[in-house]
Design a protein around this ligand. Structure first.
Ligand SMILES: [Zn+2]
Length: 231
């Protein structure tokens, strides 16, 4: 699929359910924009507390660790600012509280472009990814209208474009050649996810595991989105 030129925005807000979702969905694109001068913000909606296969995991310690990993990944990727929603991992609901948080963040950050999970993606299993997608879409609608959430504070703001990653029907492909390595490095900052998400076995041949993961990410070649321009 041929890639599409896309002018880097002045400011972008990327919204993910879990600490590594944005890097998987749009990492190379955000890195490229950051290099062109875009101010990048990430909103991680949940606390990542389900992100382990270890039944004896110290969950509060995992949450703290994942925050640090998210900050390190954001710095590696794009010198991005990370905002944490703090909802419980696995229990995210696209309700008024989540819409309000997304609305508030959009009014604070005032992005030209918002990125998020595609809520219309079919046969998606993880509920947080569905709900994060709906909350992104619903939050944009609330943020642009001054009568949503009176008393919330901030001035209403209408982003220009929405890019949905993991798109069910993509219509925009952004070339990732120049920054795909930064995407890989940012993903590898999520060390707690090596085993479960990236299939890198810390007790096995780590080097080979990292190489396989790197190959899997680079092989894809571009990042696909559903562009919604009429906000
Ligand atoms: Zn996720």
């Amino acid at each position: 699929m041929s890639t599409t030129p896309f002018e880097p925005p002045r400011r972008a807000l990327a919204i993910g359910a879990h600490p590594d979702d944005v890097e998987f969905g749009a990492g190379a694109t955000l890195a490229g924009w950051a290099d062109a001068g875009t101010e990048i913000h990430l909103l991680v909606l949940t606390d990542g507390s389900k992100g382990t296969w270890n039944p004896d995991e110290d969950v509060p310690a995992l949450v703290a660790r994942r925050r640090n990993e998210a900050r390190a990944a954001a710095a590696t990727l794009a010198h991005a600012t990370v905002h944490f929603g703090g909802f419980v991992d696995g229990e995210l609901i696209s309700d008024i509280a989540t819409q309000r948080l997304v609305c508030w963040t959009i009014r604070e950050v005032r992005p030209d472009v918002v990125l998020g999970h595609d809520p219309w993606k079919r046969y998606r299993l993880h509920p947080d990814h569905r709900h994060a997608g709906w909350s992104t879409v619903d939050g944009i609608v609330a943020a642009r209208d001054p009568h949503f959430f009176p008393g919330l504070g901030g001035v209403h703001h209408r982003p220009e474009r929405l890019l949905l990653f993991e798109a069910d029907e993509p219509n925009l492909w952004i070339d990732t050649g120049a920054t795909i390595d930064r995407k890989v490095e940012a993903l590898l900052c999520h060390r707690s996810q090596w085993r479960s998400t990236m299939h890198i076995d810390a007790d096995g041949d780590v080097e080979a595991g990292v190489a396989r993961f790197r190959h899997r990410i680079i092989e894809r070649g571009d990042e696909a989105f559903r562009l919604i321009a009429d906000l």
